[in-house]
Design a protein around this ligand. Structure first.
Ligand code: DAH
Length: 351
């Protein structure tokens, strides 16, 4: 047996050197199986060892087999690592993917998501009027999401928006609305101010008409002499531009802590044009957002002078508007990643 172990040492070294010269995943695996596999040479040696009766000899042989096995295991691990490095090097040596190549005829054309289409529509319309586009963080402190918007700690209005809190950081939330961007913008800019701020928002909601993540757009104007008439005019203008010139809106008095007076905004049901249908629950109108005149407490939080300036704000749900514009009946279609759904919105179609 001593003899066999010695020859094995040599023949393994030989075979390993050959694999090392032209490494491939298969060659390395074949080598491993031949030596260490269940029916390989090393297990066979251990099998033979059972037949050795002399205790001293058995001990010495066992030690020699163990050493051989350890050598083989280490060599194969080295070969495997070298093989992985070679595969990576070959990949890196290949010419890189050119993402600027023109799309070839017949290949699949990408398209913008309907919520992106709706966001672009709203933002473009307001940009034409001289509005700046603002962005804000999705992980937000409760100051920007609530307190500065006149929703102090323990105020019941915090319950209106079931919030995702971040367990280790009690003052951080996933923002519940894009109204937080009002505060960032006003702290950053002096009045007058005209802004449009689209973004993702989060609430603990999940059913056919609510998803835990959805999209809003916030629109704010602060200047001298801004009135409720401007607010109504701008909402009407925006909705006519996004839908069509026969679009109508309706305001219903409502409560939002960051505005006074405040109202809910309804638009004419785009499915039935006001005559009543299933979508609008026979009312002819659909709720799409909230609006109002910015509360003096909000101005105070951002050091704007509420004696000199007045402001108006409105916030819409972009998903809702996209559903109505493109005739989509289930909100979840937006987020389930179905390619055939997405293919209905060709890239360059502006609306
Ligand atoms: N932030 C409100 C919400 O998510 C919507 C809203 C209401 C926005 C009134 C406004 C506003 O700007 O003035 O429910």
């Amino acid at each position: 047996m001593q003899q066999i172990i010695a020859t094995y040492q040599q023949s393994f070294a030989h075979q390993a050197a050959a694999v090392h010269a032209t490494p491939s995943r298969k060659a390395i695996e074949d080598l491993r199986i031949a030596w260490l596999g269940r029916k390989g040479k090393i297990p066979a040696l251990y099998q033979d060892l059972k037949g050795v009766t002399d205790g001293r000899e058995k001990g010495l042989l066992g030690k020699a087999i163990n050493e051989l096995r350890n050598t083989i295991e280490a060599a194969i691990a080295d070969l495997q690592a070298a093989g992985a490095r070679a595969v990576l090097a070959a990949q890196l040596a290949r010419p890189p993917l050119d993402v600027t190549m023109p799309v070839s005829a017949g290949s699949r054309m990408g398209s913008l998501h309907p919520v992106s289409l709706m966001r672009n529509l709203v933002v473009d319309e307001l940009a034409k009027l001289g509005f700046s586009v603002f962005d804000g963080p999705e992980v937000e402190t409760d100051f920007y999401n609530f307190t500065a918007l006149n929703i102090p700690e323990n105020h019941p209005a915090r319950d209106m928006q079931d919030t995702f809190f971040i367990a280790e950081h009690p003052h951080y939330v996933l923002r519940t609305h894009t109204s937080n961007i009002q505060i960032h913008a006003m702290l950053q800019e002096k009045p007058p101010l005209r802004l449009v701020a689209p973004g993702r928002v989060f609430r603990v909601d999940n059913d056919a008409t609510h998803t835990p993540m959805f999209h809003q757009v916030e629109i704010v104007v602060v200047d001298r002499g801004i009135s409720f008439a401007h607010l109504k005019g701008l909402i009407e203008y925006t909705m006519k531009a996004v839908f069509d010139s026969s679009m109508k809106i309706r305001l219903r008095p409502s409560y939002f802590p960051f505005v006074e007076p405040g109202a809910e905004v309804d638009m004419l049901c785009s499915m039935c044009r006001g005559s009543g249908c299933r979508v609008c629950k026979e009312s002819g109108w659909l709720e799409i957002g909230g609006c109002g005149m910015i509360h003096p407490n909000v101005f105070e939080a951002v050091n704007y002078d509420s004696e000199t300036y007045t402001g108006m704000a409105f916030g819409f749900g972009l998903d809702r508007m996209a559903m109505l514009k493109y005739g989509i009946n289930d909100l979840r279609q937006f987020f389930n990643g179905d390619y055939s759904f997405q293919q209905q919105f060709p890239l360059y179609s502006p609306r």
